[in-house]
Write a protein that binds this ligand. Structure first.
Ligand SMILES: *Cc1c(COP(=O)(O)O)cnc(C)c1O
Length: 393
């Protein structure tokens, strides 16, 4: 069997063995319901408190403001829908960007069907939301600005602190989907003017189906999931104790190793971008060269289809993506690539590779050799490329 080279860490990551180990006792031994009164259940309660503290510390916020959810999508839905609901008497206008994850975009579209107005801000050619555009879009009836911390397709890191400051200057709440950024780059929610922040376990080597929403004290949003009194009456449902413990452990490790991982990934990322741009003609890099997640590369190769490229890479044991996992499988080009101004045919020839700490330079050298070969072959088969070559001879 071929060696698997996993370059899709923005889609999901492996749960670390230390994380699994930390979780196991909470399935079989300490399985008590954290809401029960007997002493046995207090083990679950203590474990939840410990994880909450780890996460609060990581974000520089009080741990009581961390609320566990079933992942990034739930956190985004909760922040947006519950804010819309709670502040409807003030206004029904929400501002977001055109490059958000579907968990944000589809939630906003849902609200549009229910009497809310949404402004979708443009981004520049690198995928950056311009602070002056946000300033201009804020209205007296704006109740929420939601802008992602870092983009899942092109890795662009947004000027969150500045955007948050603008929202606050106008008395508007600021939410950020930090699912791609949390655990990868430093975030201090308080210093960065963030009122609400979504994150997810499985994007930072934690388990799937667990995440959290940070809600700054004083924000009066109600629950999305109604039922029992868990999570200070804001998120019902018996706590996913193993998941919460796993998330806490993953965050602890992510914080402790962040600097070292980022340095290593940036080195590999830049090496990859430099060699591919040099060795494969008619290629462009999507996203910002400087304001970029450590592990993200995204290219468009002219004259080819990203889907064919993915299939041929897969035959070599290489896992990559042509956009977001949710975009793959549909024929529409990625909304993010269109928003940064790529024409459809260029957007179709795009490839995202996202690095993790286990990727090595040898892996990357192998991937680059395969890419050169595969892009060359696909171009040989492309009538567009044939026309292009004829015209330029
Ligand atoms: C993966 C992702 C989500 C969804 O998180 P889940 O935990 O899979 O629900 C939301 N936003 C961004 C930016 C993501 O990358």
């Amino acid at each position: 069997m071929k060696k698997l080279i996993y370059l899709d860490h923005a889609a999901t990551t492996a749960t670390r063995p230390e994380v699994v180990e930390a979780m196991l006792p909470y399935f079989t031994q300490n399985y008590g319901n954290a809401s029960s009164v007997y002493d046995f259940a207090s083990k679950s309660k203590t474990a939840i408190q410990h994880a909450r503290k780890t996460i609060g510390d990581a974000l520089g916020v009080p741990d009581r403001d961390i609320y566990f959810t079933a992942g990034g999508s739930e956190s985004d839905n909760w922040a947006i829908k519950a804010t819309a609901d709670a502040y409807a008497s003030k206004g029904k206008h929400i501002i977001t960007s055109k490059i958000e994850h579907h968990a944000v975009l589809h939630t906003c579209e849902y609200l549009e069907k229910h009497g809310y107005e949404v402004t979708y801000l443009d981004v520049d050619e690198n995928g950056i939301v311009k602070p002056e555009d946000l300033e201009a879009a804020i209205r007296p009836d704006t109740v929420l600005v939601t802008i992602m911390f870092a983009n899942n397709e092109i890795g662009t890191v947004e000027p969150i602190k500045e955007l948050g400051a603008i929202a606050h200057k106008h008395g508007v709440l600021f939410h950020t989907d930090a699912v791609q950024a949390f655990g990868q780059i430093p975030i201090n929610a308080d210093e960065m003017n963030i009122d609400m922040l979504s994150a997810s376990g499985h994007k930072l080597n934690g388990p799937k189906g667990i995440g959290f929403l940070y809600i700054r004290k004083g924000i009066k949003i109600g629950p999305l999931i109604h039922g029992g009194a868990q999570e200070r009456r804001r998120r019902a449902g018996t706590e996913n104790v193993p998941g919460i413990v796993g998330l806490g452990k993953a965050v602890e490790i992510a914080v402790a190793t962040m600097k070292e991982r980022a340095e290593k990934e940036i080195e590999l990322r830049d090496y990859m971008m430099e060699r591919i741009m040099k060795e494969i003609p008619y290629t462009r890099i999507n996203g910002s060269k400087t304001k970029r997640l450590p592990g993200n590369v995204n290219f468009s190769f002219q004259f080819i289809e990203g889907e064919s490229l993915l299939i041929m890479l897969d035959m070599e044991g290489i896992c990559a993506s042509s956009g977001s996992a949710c975009t793959s499988g549909s024929l529409d080009p990625s909304h993010v690539l269109l928003a940064i101004g790529l024409p459809h045919e260029i957007a179709h020839g795009s490839l995202r590779m996202t690095l993790g700490e286990d990727n090595t330079k040898e892996d990357i050298d192998f991937v680059i050799e395969q890419l050169k070969r595969i892009v060359g072959r696909l171009r040989e088969m492309s009538p567009l490329y044939e026309d292009f070559v004829k015209k330029h001879k």
